[in-house]
Write a protein that binds this ligand. Structure first.
Ligand code: GRF
Length: 207
């Protein structure tokens, strides 16, 4: 793994993986740019955006933000990254000397080789208060279950889907919202969680 940038003034180089819209990615890049203008010693540097979908809107967003953005062929599997495709993702990230990999709406499961290449340094955003409602369709699951509070979680990626150590969470009240309204509100708190995480990372809290 790339030498850790811990407890120093060294930059922390970030890669962001997406599959679609890319609002979380945009939020991360814009926040880092803003913090860097305020404080030239702000350490977090988004370096590259990778997408497993050639037409992901997030790729356009990234290009407009002036960050290197690539589509990388995800290989023959529909829901996971394995074999030579996985190798290509890891190689690309290593070449960019990336310290942290952020999954921001990246809709594929990462396997052993990828996980071992960035142990403890892969972060995922999930639209529920984990451990509740892992996997897909979280808004529908939440509405069907009649609970009152939902939310979002930022967690480390581990072998088991959506089960890695939870770093940050934020809740919100359902209060009669439908799926679309719930999704919009959840996106807002996902963005807040990422901004909070970036500031903590800059301060060395997670090193
Ligand atoms: C987010 O809601 C995230 O929790 C989920 O996928 C969505 C991605 O949204 N994993 P965006 O592409 O960042 O707008």
């Amino acid at each position: 793994m790339e030498k850790s940038a811990k407890k120093s003034k060294e930059s922390i180089r970030l890669a962001i993986l997406i599959s679609g819209n890319g609002s979380n990615m945009q939020n991360i890049v814009e926040y880092c740019q803003k913090r860097q203008q305020q404080n030239p010693f702000f350490r977090i540097k988004p370096i590259i955006v990778l997408s497993d979908q050639p037409r992901a809107f997030g790729l356009e967003r990234a290009q407009k933000l002036g960050i290197k953005a690539l589509y990388l062929n995800p290989g023959k599997f529909r829901t996971k990254l394995e074999g030579s495709a996985e190798e290509n993702y890891v190689k690309t990230l290593k070449k960019e000397r990336v310290h942290y990999v952020v999954l921001a709406g990246f809709m594929r499961v990462l396997k052993n080789h990828f996980l071992r290449s960035f142990t403890g340094k892969i972060i995922n955003i999930h639209p529920s208060l984990l451990p509740f409602f892992t996997g897909l369709d979280t808004y529908k699951k939440a509405l069907d279950s009649n609970i009152k509070q939902v939310g979002a979680s930022l967690h480390l990626v581990s072998q088991k889907i959506d089960e890695g150590c939870i770093l940050l969470q934020k809740s919100l009240a359902i209060e009669g919202k439908n799926v679309v309204e719930l999704q919009q509100s959840t996106h807002k708190i996902e963005h807040q969680l990422f901004r909070q995480w970036l500031d903590l990372l800059d301060k060395g809290i997670f090193d």
